[in-house]
Design a protein around this ligand. Structure first.
Ligand code: AMP
Length: 207
């Protein structure tokens, strides 16, 4: 199963991706995670991407598309993949279709998690991520409930950056909902519920 996950920052893409990976045994491709790893390792790509990420802007397509293609070519995607955070604009969506077509593969579903913008601002302000295993929790988690690792707040979850990320999402990414509706791949899921409820709706829609 090859899935694209769409939704505003904080809609719960990363959390639902982790559950889908476990349930369907498919590869998790998060361009945000790949970029954060590149920034941490200070690779040339990471150094270039950092200023865009810190400002809540999209990293240029020329950098992100290469990263996605390289990841998609890895063997663990053979049984299927979940793309979390890619595509983020129409150029990326069209490039993804072309790349998959070259690989004789295609997308089975584009799941859009729909969340009220007010809820998103509150969610992102309290979001904390495990430094060790990447678990996504909240400021109520003093340490990671999965591995005991230290929880931290992403730089781009600070209020000043969040506003811009939401604007960028509205302008560049939300039109992709219509793009995938047009190819009959769209599954819309209400995201203002518990993690398990949202996951159950996704599973029901995929069945
Ligand atoms: P995320 O973890 O998906 O919220 O991504 C964090 C940041 O990484 C975004 O705010 C962007 O700056 C950058 N990013 C992640 N995925 C993409 C993408 N597909 N295109 C451009 N920038 C991206």
């Amino acid at each position: 199963m090859n899935i694209v996950l769409l939704g505003a920052p904080g809609a719960g893409k990363g959390t639902q991706a982790a559950k889908l990976v476990e349930a369907y045994n498919i590869a998790h491709i998060s361009t945000g995670d790949l970029l954060r790893a590149a920034v941490k390792d200070s690779t040339p790509l990471g150094v270039e991407a950092k200023s865009y990420m810190d400002a809540g802007e999209l990293v240029p397509d020329s950098l992100v598309i290469g990263l996605m293609k390289e990841r998609l070519a890895k063997e663990d995607t053979a049984a299927g993949f979940i793309l979390d955070g890619f595509p983020r604009n129409s150029t990326q969506a069209v490039t993804l279709d072309a790349e998959l077509s070259d690989l004789k593969r295609s997308i089975d579903a584009a799941i859009a998690i729909i969340v009220d913008p007010e809820a998103i601002v509150a969610r992102l302000a309290s979001r904390r991520v495990c430094k060790v295993c990447g678990f996504i929790g909240s400021d109520a988690d003093t340490s990671c409930p999965v591995c005991g690792g230290e929880m931290y707040q992403r730089d781009d979850d600070k209020p000043s950056t969040v506003r811009n990320r939401l604007e960028v999402y509205e302008k560049a990414t939300s039109p992709l909902i219509d793009y995938y509706r047009g190819s009959d791949l769209l599954v819309e899921v209400e995201g203002n519920h518990s993690v398990d409820e949202v996951f159950a709706s996704i599973q029901a829609a995929l069945a």
